[in-house]
Unconditional design. Structure first.
Ligand code: AMP
Length: 214
């Protein structure tokens, strides 16, 4: 299956994309993760993306389309993928459509995770990530067993630099202005499903299964 997952930062997109990918045996493709990897590797592309990422702004379409084309061209994406964090604006959605049409593998569905602003802020300000394995925790809703240490490998958890208050507000503004219209784009194409993203992780995963009939 070829799926796009949409939702504000903090809506649980990453967690749900991961679960869905595992269950369907297809890769979760996160442009945020791909960009963070590029940044960590010190590549030219990473350096160009860094400023926008730290300010909570969108990285240029040119950079993002380059990494997504490369990633979707890899062997493991031939049987399908769950896109997480892409497309982030209508231009990217149109570019994706074009790319998939060219290889005759159109998108099956876009799923929008819907959630209240108050809950979003709590999820984002409480978010902690393991720098080793990438596992994500939340101080309020999904805390690690031992204070600020990864359950899996014991590493000290960190707050992502773009999870700071000012950046969060910017990311939410960008989402409303640029990414929310992407849902309308898929609704017009008759490919949009909407899922209530409040509640327990398993509960939301169940709603996703129903929405996707998968
Ligand atoms: P995320 O992990 O999806 O929240 O992404 C973290 C940051 O990476 C965003 O705030 C943007 O700066 C950048 N980013 C991720 N995906 C995209 C995209 N599709 N288009 C532009 N910028 C992106």
């Amino acid at each position: 299956m070829r799926i796009v997952l949409l939702g504000a930062p903090g809506s649980g997109k990453g967690t749900q994309a991961n679960l869905l990918g595992q269950r369907l045996g297809i890769p979760q493709v996160s442009t945020g993760d791909l960009l963070r990897d590029a940044l960590a590797s010190g590549s030219e592309l990473g350096r160009r993306a860094k400023e926008a990422m730290n300010a909570g702004k969108l990285v240029s379409d040119e950079i993002v389309l380059k990494i997504i084309k490369e990633r979707l061209g890899m062997d493991d994406a031939a049987s399908g993928f769950v896109l997480d964090g892409f497309p982030r604006n209508v231009a990217q959605a149109k570019a994706l459509d074009k790319l998939l049409k060219k290889i005759d593998r159109p998108l099956h569905k876009a799923v929008l995770l819907e959630i209240d602003d108050d809950i979003l802020l709590q999820r984002l300000t409480g978010r902690l990530t393991c720098p080793e394995c990438g596992r994500v925790y939340n101080l309020y809703t999904n805390p690690p067993k031992i204070d600020e240490q990864c359950d899996r490998d014991g590493s000290d958890l960190i707050q992502r630099s773009d999870d700071k208050q000012a950046t969060i507000e910017n990311r939410l503004r960008v989402y409303r202005a640029q990414t929310a219209p992407v849902a309308d784009f898929y609704a017009r194409e008759d490919k949009l499903a909407t899922v209530d993203a409040e509640g327990e992780i398993d509960e939301i995963a169940g709603r996703m299964r129903t929405a996707l009939n998968a």
